[in-house]
Design a protein around this ligand. Structure first.
Ligand code: NAD
Length: 316
């Protein structure tokens, strides 16, 4: 008889890693959860705390503390090692430290013989995702980052306050960098299947005062609005990570905006950026190419230019 288990390792058990672990076990998404951190005692503390949740959940996830060698038979390794931006910094300002950490993490994980999927949350997530792909030598479908998944969710959440529709009935994405240069693909945003731009046109009287630039600005700034109040953000990204892992294990073929390595899609190669992809047991099955408007294409190019500029500082 053949049993299959769903094994996930989290490298970096700070606030983001712990929140991802909490979401994973609460939603019964994996059978084994391995925690790795250079601060070993922190990982032990988080593992104990998570183990004590099991009696109250519907799953019996085995939570353990491990080392990089234990990644050998993991299905997914989530990288959340790194530190959040300090006040006054952008995500891009954390590149030097994150890149140094990611390089050593990937080398150690690959030494174990790992051949699963890397899922990156460490910022700047698009550049670190690209770096993980290059350093690991894995096929591009096996490396992805959270990208604009959280921003797309923030967009739906903010928009739902204006139009009073459940965010889950809104379909659409922000694309490009998980950072200040991201943009909303308004031309592809639908509500209950109806194009949002058409709804705006039809309901000028009630929705005429919606300022799209103001909404995307709120999305861009959301992380920092939280950071100014509580120091950093972790629940949203924890849920985004759990949702991506869930889609991979379930072979969902769900479409989510994540950071994916492009190989000709949207006219780009050798870059990881926020685009919609189809998620399956293989990771990224396909990048979904939206037919962007000219204005959106310009914004996508500008965002990729920002990423390229920072990629160059670490030799890509
Ligand atoms: P944190 O400081 O709370 O935790 C980071 C953890 O990484 C620490 O426990 C530290 O000991 C560990 N670590 C550092 N180097 C390591 C190494 N070489 N090997 C193993 N562990 C190592 O930080 P956080 O708030 O959890 O944020 C983590 C990362 O997630 C940051 O880069 C942050 O910007 C990013 N983040 C991303 C998003 C997103 O949408 N992608 C959202 C929030 C935070």
């Amino acid at each position: 008889m053949k049993f299959s288990t769903r094994k996930v390792a989290i490298v970096g058990t700070g606030l983001v890693g712990a929140s991802a672990g909490y979401s994973l076990i609460n939603q019964n998404i994996c059978d084994e959860l391995l925690l790795i951190d250079i601060n070993h005692e922190r990982a032990v503390g988080e593992a104990m705390d998570l183990q004590h949740c099991i009696d109250f959940t519907t799953s019996r996830t085995k939570v353990a503390v491990g080392s990089f060698e234990d990644c050998t038979d993991m299905d997914i390794v989530i990288i959340t090692a790194g530190g959040p931006p300090k006040p006054g910094q952008t995500r891009l300002d954390t590149l030097e430290l994150s890149a140094k950490i990611a390089k050593s993490v990937v080398q150690e994980v690959m030494k174990s013989g790992f051949n699963g999927i890397f899922l990156v949350a460490s910022n700047p997530v698009d550049i670190i995702t690209y770096q993980v792909w290059k350093e690991s030598g894995l096929p591009r479908n096996q490396v992805l980052g959270t990208g604009t998944s959280l921003d797309s969710s923030r967009l739906k959440s903010i928009l739902s306050q204006y139009i009073d529709v459940d965010p889950r009935s809104i379909h659409g994405y922000t694309l490009g960098e998980h950072g200040d240069s991201q943009f909303a693909a308004w031309s592809h945003l639908t509500i209950g299947g109806k194009p949002f731009m058409q709804i705006l046109e039809e309901q000028k009287e009630t929705l005429g005062n919606i300022d799209l630039d103001e909404i995307i600005d709120q999305v861009r700034k959301a992380g920092f609005e939280i950071l100014h109040r509580k120091g950093t953000t972790y629940y949203g990204i924890g849920c985004a990570l759990a949702s991506i892992v869930h889609s991979i294990f379930n072979d969902d073929h769900k479409i989510l905006a994540v950071s994916s390595i492009l190989d000709g899609e949207y006219g780009y190669k050798n870059i990881a950026t926020g685009v919609p992809v189809i998620l399956t047991r293989q990771g990224v099955k396909e990048v979904v190419e939206l037919n962007l408007t000219d204005d959106e294409k310009v914004k996508f190019d500008q965002s990729n230019e920002v990423l390229r500029k920072y990629m160059a500082t670490i030799g890509y």
